[in-house]
Ligand binder design. Structure first.
Ligand code: HEM
Length: 254
């Protein structure tokens, strides 16, 4: 049996999957982290304090999970939704009343969108409260701000899609407010609406923004955001051990 295990674990196929020995020493433990597609998201060494659930409250991870749920439910909604001013509203009603679990699907997407805004804002508050925006993480804070704006933009563009009275008037008001932006206001409104008022052109554009452009940008920026967390040495929390320079005198660490 031992010989068999040895033959298997030393075979070329096995070693192509597992490129390190049993992780019972620091080198193999590091290799476990760097050679695994999921683990390598973490830095090889992190501070013990950052692992406490009370430090980050997992809010960043929850934001990623909610974004995943929204992408999945949004994909299923696309099976039924038609971005046409004549048909959008009636197809939404059809989805809710005739399609099995249609109402649940729509509610999951709608409530998920509200939840994402709340969780991302709380995540930002946590980052601010723990001072994790300071160097070297200031670039990641800026990526975070763009992610927050995109999260709000996803909610705004999704709001028009049901094409009911609430959607129509909310977007009419929202895009009129955008027109007050100094210098570029009218251009922003024209780009969003594709015309002078909320109509088919606006619905087509909002649909393109909502299902492709904004989620694509969010997914790309989340990848960059997580990569930065790793490159900045994990979460900002440091173990509260302050070593005075005098204490190092006479040691190898001098
Ligand atoms: C779609 C929105 C967002 C997602 C999915 C996201 C995801 C994450 C994740 C998974 C982490 C690591 C774990 C954690 O802290 O819980 C993280 C850390 C971080 N996030 Fe976000 N984030 C988002 C928005 C933001 C916003 C709005 C800001 C600030 C304006 C921000 C700034 C940061 C910073 C500076 C870190 C490093 C924190 C530290 O070192 O302690 N993020 N983010």
């Amino acid at each position: 049996m031992r010989k068999l295990i040895k033959t298997v674990t030393e075979s070329r196929v096995w070693r192509s999957f597992f490129r390190h020995g049993w992780p019972d020493n620091p080198l193999d433990r590091s290799l476990v982290m760097t050679t695994n597609i999921f683990f390598h998201l973490h830095p090889v060494k992190i501070s013990r304090k950052s692992l406490r659930s009370s430090y980050s409250l997992g809010l960043g991870v929850i934001s990623v999970i909610v974004f995943g749920i929204l992408s999945f439910t949004g994909l299923l909604l696309m099976f039924y939704y038609v971005p046409s001013v004549e048909r959008a509203y009636s197809y939404i009603l059809l989805l809710q009343t005739r399609v099995p679990f249609g109402q649940l699907l729509r509610n999951m997407h709608r409530w998920g969108a509200h939840l994402m805004v709340i969780v991302v804002v709380l995540h930002m508050a946590r980052v601010f409260y723990t001072g994790a925006y300071k160097p070297p993480r200031e670039f990641n804070w800026v990526i975070g701000v763009v992610l927050l704006i995109l999260t709000l933009a996803a909610s705004f563009t999704g709001y028009l899609l049901p094409w009911d009275q609430l959607a129509y008037w909310a977007i009419t008001v929202g895009t009129s407010v955008a027109a007050y932006e100094p210098l570029m206001g009218d251009s922003i409104r024209a780009i969003l609406l594709g015309g002078s008022e909320v109509g088919q052109e606006a619905l087509t554009r909002f649909y393109a923004f909502h299902i492709l452009i904004i989620p694509g940008a969010i997914a790309s920026l989340i990848s960059l955001h997580l990569w930065r967390v790793r490159k900045d040495g994990g979460l900002a929390a440091q173990d509260a051990v302050k070593i005075e320079p005098e204490a190092l005198q006479g040691t190898d660490n001098e």
